[in-house]
Every structure is written in C-alpha cells, then in structure tokens.
Design a protein around this ligand. Structure first.
Ligand code: KIV
Length: 271
C-alpha cells in the first residue's frame, strides 16, 4: 500500500509499481474541470478523458462523431483541474486508424494543446504501426482491447466480446503485442472474467477492466454512470455508488417551487 499513499503525482512508473506490489488501480472518466477536480481531490489514480464524452457530454448514440478538437477541449478542462492523477486522453475515431503519420500528428496535438500525460487507442495488431510511431515521440500509450466502441458498426452490438476461442486467442496475441510494442497499460472491456484474468497474469503491464471481472489490475467506470447521473444505463457490470439523478431532480424541483412561491431569495440572500 505504501506505493499508493503519499505520491504527489501518479505516473506510468507508479502504475507499474502498483502492479508489481498487487495494489489495484482505480480509473474513472472525466470530461470537465469541475468533475475532474472532485475526482482528483478524492485521489483517483487515473482520469480518462474518454471518447465516451461523445455519448455523455454531447448526447450522441456512439463514440464515432466526437472530433479531435473536441477531445482536446475536454482534455484541457480536465488537465487544468488535476494535481495528482495521471490524465489519459482517448484518441477519437478517425484520428489514428490506418495512417501512422496521422496518428503521430493527432497524438502530438493532444499532448501539446492539452498538457495531458498519455493517449489511449482502440485495437491490436491493426493499429500497431500507429502505436509504435506515437511511442517514438515519447508519448505514453494505453491500449484498449475487447469491446472497442469505435468499431461498433463492425460488431453490430455492445455484447460481451471474445467468448469464442478464435476471438479470445486473437485478444491474447494482441495483448502481448501491445505490451511488446511499448504500451504502458491496457484497458480490457466487456470480455469474460476468466480471459481477463489470464491476460492480466500473463502481462507485466497493468490491465484496467470494465465489465471484465475482478482479475484485472484495476477497474474503470464512466463517472456519470457510477454516480447515477445517467440512470438509464444499467449493464450488469455497473455498480452505482450514488444516485445523483434523484438528488439533482429533487433539488431542482425544490428550487422551482421556491422561485415560483417567492420563497427564494430570502432577505438573507439579497444585497
Ligand atoms: O471512452 C471511455 O469512457 C472508455 C472507457 C469505457 C474505458 O474508453
């Protein structure tokens, strides 16, 4: 536990040390200054500026529409708030696939314009060239395997991935390849718990799971889901730690009643 306590800033080295010492890693998403500040002060290890901002912040159905400029805007807001956590930024759809030069350019823009500490890319062998080129610039890369939402139109649904042997074997190979390519950590999304545990044990770099069971080296959730701001999404893997939807709803309803009745503001709440 001593690895985790008293650290001033979480770095990729801290995460490796945590894995070596069996200290689990906690990661949450953040897209804006106010939430990032709260999560950072609570001592979250990693803040992911996820492309789930496309759903959570902008109301899109998928993560595909969010742009590089929009990701940089969210990342800038998060970085301004953070004193301790490692800030990882998702590279959005279209900013790295099939073109490693574009990938490097996009990653450099994210790092230079936002001040973030690392980038995350979805995929295995097919994006290895992009990952390697980004790493040549000294930019830390987090991988992401299993359910990769930027490929939703290839998968067709958001169901659990790699249940069949062929896909599980490919995922194991990709995990090793990402480690060998130089990724500092790996997100494993929505795959069987036994597979996630096997992969996690086989790697020296930490794995962070979402819907991948308890055998990974850390966990990640979308903050708005785990805080119950978004109450319409309830997959099996999601644990809600608060019900902010109800708290906000009742606060806003009370405010409306107070405004309409003339109860707010009182004589103490005016100049
Ligand atoms: O964009 C995101 O929020 C993510 C996490 C679910 C891992 O990639």
């Amino acid at each position: 536990m001593s690895v985790h306590k008293n650290i001033r800033r979480v770095t990729t080295n801290t995460l490796h040390e945590m894995k070596r010492n069996g200290v689990r890693i906690a990661m949450l998403t953040a897209y804006d200054y106010s939430m990032a500040r709260l999560l950072d002060r609570s001592e979250i290890d990693i803040l992911l500026v996820g492309d789930s901002a496309s759903n959570v912040m902008a109301g899109h159905e998928t993560t595909l529409p969010i742009t590089l400029d929009q990701m940089i805007y969210h990342a800038q807001s998060v970085v301004r708030a953070v004193e301790r956590a490692l800030v990882v930024v998702d590279m959005p759809f279209g900013s790295y696939q099939g073109n490693s030069r574009l990938a490097l350019e996009s990653a450099i823009r994210i790092m230079k314009e936002s001040g973030a500490h690392a980038v995350k890319l979805e995929g295995g062998e097919e994006i290895q060239e992009s990952i390697k080129r980004i790493l040549t610039a000294g930019i830390p890369v987090m991988g992401h395997l299993g359910l990769t939402p930027q490929s939703i139109y290839k998968f067709g649904t958001y169901v659990v991935r790699a249940k069949e042997d062929a896909e599980a074997d490919k995922l194991k190979q990709d995990a090793l390849l990402l480690q060998e390519s130089g990724c500092f950590a790996l997100v494993l999304e929505k795959i069987p718990a036994s597979l996630a545990e096997e992969v996690s044990r086989s790697l020296a770099i930490p794995t962070i799971g979402i819907g991948a069971g308890a055998g990974t080296d850390g966990q990640v959730l979308v903050s708005h889901d785990m805080l119950g701001i978004n109450h319409e999404f309830h997959p099996r893997f999601l644990r809600r730690y608060a019900n902010l939807h109800e708290i906000i709803d009742s606060a806003v309803k009370q405010y409306i009643v107070d405004v309409k009745s003339g109860n707010f503001p009182s004589s103490n709440e005016q100049y």
